[in-house]
Write a protein that binds this ligand. Structure first.
Ligand code: NI
Length: 137
């Protein structure tokens, strides 16, 4: 029997979406307000979910205090109050869409959790817009 535990987290970051091969009007047309030249912020919310079997000795799937520390170090300290385009070298050539951000987050977190657990991350860019990533299973 497999179950899922989840933890929520938050960070606030600035970004701008654009393709450098397009002129500004085309970028605005494709990316809307997220294409504005001078960057803007989002209050991102995310949910990290771990799926697996309960440890019979502890009754736990994974220590939530440990998960909290992983998320603080790998996600919040990394993204919070940063300009994703300018401050995070991994995004110099990658458009910081919520799709690309969630994949990046997943690739960071998967390295920190035991291999017998499955990882899913949901990332909210706004209250109504969110993306989910389960990895390439
Ligand atoms: Ni935006």
């Amino acid at each position: 029997m497999k179950i899922i535990i989840s933890k929520k987290g938050y960070f606030s970051s600035a970004h701008r979406l654009y393709n450098k091969n397009w002129d500004h009007n085309k970028n605005l047309k494709i990316f809307g307000k997220c294409g504005n030249l001078n960057y803007h912020g989002h209050n991102y919310e995310y949910i990290v979910s771990l799926r697996g079997r309960i440890n019979k000795e502890t009754g736990l799937l994974f220590n939530l205090e440990k998960l909290k520390n992983i998320l603080k170090k790998e996600i919040e300290e990394y993204f919070d109050h940063k300009n994703i385009n300018l401050d995070l070298k991994e995004f110099r050539l990658i458009n910081p869409t919520m799709e690309n951000i969630v994949i990046f987050m997943w690739n960071k977190i998967i390295k920190k959790i035991p291999s017998n657990l499955e990882l899913k991350i949901t990332l909210y860019e706004t209250k109504n817009n969110f993306v989910e990533y389960y990895g390439e299973y």
